[in-house]
Write a new protein. Structure first.
Length: 341
């Protein structure tokens, strides 16, 4: 069941208490706080820069020292995992694969996330495609120059986009076409958040929230025993100041939107690219997806932006544990049955 119109749960920004899923309410700058929480002893809040964004941590634990130690080990683990699958470090395994077209003895993390990306591509019939990287490069040039690249360049990049041309044989990843390249950003950031939550839970901290640029996972509860309160940013705050809120426990949410990295004032062009056309999809302003893992929510949020509301909602109805809340460019909303439940 899909409900159209306004979401039933709204909260004025001034009254919001909790964590923003789409825009970090901790602030864009580094933020740190430590507060006494009665029987839960301490709530540690910290923000770190990694994966090209601000990652916000909230950890409930017995005391200051143990929280800080757990945070340090979690951040170290997340940074290590991120260094394997990013394209910003020239010596990362993914960067070497992109240069060489083949990588033997691939790191297990690169193999795992690549498989996840290819599975998402098959699930969405190519709406999600990790080989979109050549088009991402063109979009960055467009942002710098302020103009669209020539159609010939777009066509040349499109010829390199096809997830079916990526093969995994044992621990070897191979591209079937020369100069193909992958980006795992559309699912990798979610995976790193999942890894952070897994690590800190493993260290004995059950009540946590980790958020990175609109992708987050919560486990356990807040200090009061209540579920976590999560806010989803309105993609057009200049038109409507209200935000949408949900209550979460042991679940993930990811939000993709045209406002996050816009290349034009009208938000027609942004960082999300339709692998079939080379241009940004025209229908939706934002997509928020609930899922059992952040990686899955992350991939589905990107895919939903490309697919549009009808196809995206039809797909979500077939996926256990997944719900969607989509907002069109005209602020029409599309809500799956249990998103706000």
């Amino acid at each position: 069941m899909v409900e159209h119109g306004r979401a039933p749960m709204l909260l004025n920004r001034r009254k919001l208490i909790g964590l923003a899923a789409a825009a970090a309410t901790f602030g864009a700058a580094y933020y740190y706080g430590l507060h006494s929480r009665g029987t839960n002893s301490f709530m540690l809040r910290d923000s770190r820069t990694m994966m090209g964004t601000i990652v916000n941590f909230t950890i409930l634990g017995p005391d200051r020292k143990s929280c800080e130690q757990a945070l340090a080990r979690t951040v170290e683990h997340m940074r290590l995992q991120g260094s394997i699958i990013n394209t910003y470090e020239p010596d990362s395994p993914l960067s070497r694969l992109n240069r060489q077209g083949v990588l033997e003895n691939s790191h297990p993390t690169l193999l795992k996330v690549t498989r996840m990306a290819l599975d998402m591509a098959r699930l969405t019939d190519g709406a999600f495609d990790p080989t979109v990287y050549p088009l991402v490069g063109l979009s960055r040039e467009m942002k710098e120059k302020g103009s669209l690249p020539p159609q010939q360049e777009i066509d040349s990049a499109l010829a390199l986009v096809d997830y079916r041309k990526v093969a995994i044989e044992g621990d070897t990843i191979r591209y079937a076409r020369p100069t193909m390249a992958m980006t795992l950003d559309g699912i990798g950031k979610g995976y790193i958040v999942d890894e952070g939550v897994r690590k800190i839970n493993e260290l004995g901290f059950a009540n946590v929230c980790i958020e990175a640029g609109g992708d987050l996972m919560v486990t356990g509860t807040k200090s009061s025993g209540a579920p976590w309160t999560i806010a989803i940013r309105n993609p057009r705050p200049e038109k409507e100041k209200q935000q949408y809120i949900i209550k979460m426990k042991d679940r993930a949410i990811a939000t993709s939107g045209d406002y996050m990295q816009s290349f034009s004032k009208d938000r027609r062009y942004h960082h999300i690219i339709n692998p079939a056309t080379g241009f940004s999809p025209p229908e939706l302003a934002s997509c928020s997806i609930l899922a059992p893992s952040v990686a899955r929510a992350d991939g589905l949020a990107t895919s939903a932006m490309v697919m549009g509301p009808d196809k995206a909602m039809a797909l979500l109805q077939t996926l256990p544990g997944c719900e969607g809340f989509l907002i069109g460019k005209d602020l029409t909303t599309y809500t799956s049955k249990d998103f706000f439940s």
